[in-house]
Design a protein around this ligand. Structure first.
Ligand code: NI
Length: 393
């Protein structure tokens, strides 16, 4: 006989207040990617207080906790990210950031608090538990190359059968959960382009090679890659997001530096798109007597949710919350290093709604006024617990 969500009901209700308190503590004390010293120490101490977990610190600012049941069974990994962003908080909250210039503006404070809650609830069910739940408190999701890849290299996935993760999602109304099989989040790649012309006096353009005029054509023509060269049924984003040049109104600058991002899902596009981009950059610069440097870096891999596992997760969530709560997710062009775990075992990543217009919780992720509706926290805990009990049979 397996255990069900009903066995966890009392503990789920008891833990809610603590999860909110943990989230507020983390929100007040945010730390940047790869610098989560106090955060990871707080997580470690809190997990230790539950008494049932095998704890380790695979990297300086991450924590892994293993809850090993009495009977053999599958190994489920659950991941929460813990890092904050270099943003100055503009929320007027009593638990607003006390670390100047750093803010939990993506909800990772909530992810960490929820997973602590799940660890506490499942610790209370250890005697009845089959298999293992492995809690991955991951550092540095926001900063490439990301913490997930480091944890994988450190061996945290050894013996794991499947992996799940949640993102609290402010565009989604609190009380809803979005699940999707297949392509869910894009691969976020980065490119760097330098256009080198010949500087000179702005009154004598004929004696120069105007890097700004040429670079402007490059920006315009790069838009043809997505609109004219890629199958319209394959989503791709190409954005030039930085354009730096010049020092004075009467100087034609020697060079222009550009940076941008490409987002896509299909592996072949991650090779094709940079080839097409470079062809455009080369053609335009050559036509105008300039030269260029082009560098393209692959970021995180896309989050592709396993069909079968997603089906099982969906079934567990529908059983717990009902079919009106659990809705089909829309893919986004945002990136997530959760994909690193999905290279090894079937995984699924889903969204728990955290927006609420009535409470003024309307700002997008990474905004200085971003917030989550704390009513989402017990939903996330319940979602993880119900899925864990379902998957461990
Ligand atoms: Ni995030």
């Amino acid at each position: 006989m397996g255990i069900t969500i009903a066995d966890a009901e009392q503990m789920l209700q008891q833990v809610t207040e603590e999860v909110v308190r943990w989230r507020r503590h983390l929100h007040q004390n945010p730390e940047l990617s790869f610098q989560e010293q106090q955060t990871s120490q707080f997580v470690y101490e809190t997990l230790r207080s539950f008494g049932e977990l095998e704890l380790s610190r695979p990297t300086p600012t991450s924590v892994v906790a293993r809850l090993i049941g009495r009977q053999p069974g599958p190994v489920l990994a659950i991941r929460a990210d813990m890092d904050a962003l270099p943003i100055t908080e503009e929320n007027d909250l009593e638990f607003a950031s006390t670390n100047p210039g750093v803010m939990h503006a993506c909800g990772h404070d909530g992810h960490t608090a929820m997973l602590l809650g799940v660890a506490k609830v499942l610790s209370g069910l250890k005697d009845k538990l089959r298999g293992e739940v492995r809690f991955l408190f991951q550092h540095a999701e926001e900063l490439f190359p990301g913490g997930a890849q480091e944890l994988v290299k450190a061996g945290v996935m050894d013996g794991v059968d499947c992996v799940i993760g949640i993102h609290l999602w402010s565009p989604l109304q609190v009380g809803r959960i979005q699940v999707r099989a297949g392509a869910f989040m894009a691969a976020p790649d980065v490119f760097y382009i330098t256009i080198k012309g010949k500087g000179g006096h702005a009154a004598q353009p004929h004696l120069t090679v105007d890097s700004i005029a040429i670079a402007a054509q490059v920006v315009t023509n790069l838009q043809h890659v997505v609109s004219r060269n890629v199958d319209p049924l394959d989503p791709v984003v190409l954005s030039v997001t930085q354009f730096h040049s010049g020092t004075a109104h009467n100087v034609i600058p020697e060079s222009v530096e550009m940076v941008g991002t490409v987002r896509s899902f299909k592996p072949e596009l991650r090779d094709e798109v940079p080839e097409k981009m470079e062809r455009i950059v080369k053609g335009i610069t050559e036509a105008h007597g300039a030269s260029y440097e082009f560098r393209y870096e692959h970021g995180y891999r896309p989050v592709i949710n396993d069909e079968q596992l997603t089906g099982r997760v969906r079934a567990a969530l529908v059983e717990t919350f009902g079919p009106d709560v659990v809705v089909e997710g829309d893919p986004t062009m945002g990136g997530e290093d959760f994909s690193a775990y999905q290279q090894l075992v079937p995984g699924t990543f889903f969204y728990v709604g955290a927006g609420n217009a009535e409470k003024g919780i309307i700002y997008p992720h990474h905004h200085p006024r971003f917030n989550v509706d704390e009513d989402a926290l017990p939903i996330g805990v319940r979602a993880f617990v119900s899925v864990a009990l379902h998957l461990l049979g």
